[in-house]
Design a protein around this ligand. Structure first.
Ligand SMILES: Nc1ncnc2c1ncn2[C@@H]1O[C@H](COP(=O)(O)OP(=O)(O)OP(=O)(O)O)[C@@H](O)[C@H]1O
Ligand code: SF4
Ligand SMILES: [Mg+2]
Length: 310
């Protein structure tokens, strides 16, 4: 089942005012495909991911629609959402420290998920070791016996990914699943995801700063900036013909393309530029860009939000 977001806005109430972290986002995440969400820090990627499963903090207000098949996730009661979480849509959080049980060995935490699907103790143990190996742990037996505090952040992230996979959900949303890992292990984790995605025909949303792996691994890419989707398209199309000046800047800053850093910084959420939010950094900004927010127009199989294209 596809996940379809329509006109989603998320605002946080804070002491220093309202933070509009996600603004009027409409997106479809197709089933059986991998969608990557990219964009600089603070662009609203995690908030968008968390909003799908109602995992935002209590100071959040969510407006708009998130359909999963024919269910409206934003209006499900907490009890009904709990049934969706993990079993139908699993979330691998960006901060793994708070998501594992600190007093249970990590192997047992994965085994318990297999046990819930009626697997025997021996079979669950065997599958847990296999999964740890697939998740690039060199010594699965030794790792299984460790407690979360004995693992590095990157290792904990992979344990969380293993827990998500063990439940065989229809969807996995992974927030920075390879943060802090070296290039070889990063590749290995993505390959495991790719294998599992193909094997179980599941949908995936991968939030990442790693543009090169996103290009290799994702079918479609969503580019976020200041809580907005500036561009989305098939991965190949987006990397070969980026339309939005921000996407062009992100791609030009890749090491093998000259590492040309983009001018300026993302603005703060409480003091957003008028018109196009990207205009203070855009080499093509016109007077119209400074006053009028661009519409989102279809382009190939995706869309782009920039005055240059209509
Ligand atoms: N509970 C909250 N209360 C107030 N502001 C929040 C809350 N949660 C997130 N934000 C703000 O929402 C904005 C978007 O945050 P988000 O975590 O989605 O960014 P991100 O794109 O995931 O960044 P990163 O790449 O660093 O993980 C940020 O300005 C963040 O400070
Ligand atoms: S709308 Fe204008 S400022 Fe915004 S990205 Fe397009 S050209 Fe640049
Ligand atoms: Mg994040």
């Amino acid at each position: 089942m596809d996940i379809s977001i329509r006109n989603l806005s998320v605002r946080f109430a804070t002491d220093s005012g309202e933070v509009p972290a996600v603004n009027h986002v409409s997106l479809s995440f197709p089933d059986n495909k991998v969608t990557g969400i990219i964009g600089e820090t603070g662009s609203g990627k995690s908030v968008l991911g968390l909003s799908i499963l109602g995992l935002l903090q209590p100071n959040a207000t969510v407006l708009g629609s998130i359909m999963y098949g024919n269910r409206e996730l934003t209006s499900l009661k907490e009890k009904e959402l709990c049934k969706v979480r993990g079993k139908e849509i699993a979330f691998v959080a960006q901060n793994p420290a708070t998501s594992l049980n600190p007093s249970i060995r990590v192997g047992k935490q994965i085994e318990e998920v297999f046990r819930q699907s009626q697997k025997s103790k021996a079979k669950s143990h065997e599958e847990m070791l296999k999964l740890l190996e697939q998740m690039a742990f060199q010594n699965p037996r030794k790792t299984a016996r460790l407690y979360p505090f004995e693992l590095s952040g990157g290792m904990r992230q992979r344990i969380l990914a293993a827990i998500a996979v063990a439940a065989h959900p229809q969807w996995i949303i992974a927030d920075e699943p390879t943060k802090g890992l070296d290039a070889v292990i990063r590749n290995q984790v993505y390959q495991t995801f790719q294998m599992i995605q193909g094997q179980y025909q599941m949908g995936m949303i991968v939030i990442t700063h790693d543009l090169l792996l996103a290009r290799k691994f994702c079918h479609q890419i969503v580019v976020m900036y200041c809580g907005r989707v500036l561009e989305m398209n098939q991965a190949k199309e987006l990397f070969e013909h980026p339309m939005h000046p921000y996407t062009q800047g992100l791609i030009a800053s890749l090491p093998h393309l000259g590492m040309k850093a983009m001018n300026g910084f993302s603005p703060s959420f409480t003091d957003q530029p008028s018109g196009c939010v990207f205009h203070p950094r855009c080499p093509y900004a016109t007077e119209q860009c400074r006053v009028e927010e661009p519409k989102t127009v279809p382009y190939k199989e995706g869309s782009v939000s920039c005055h240059r294209y209509y």
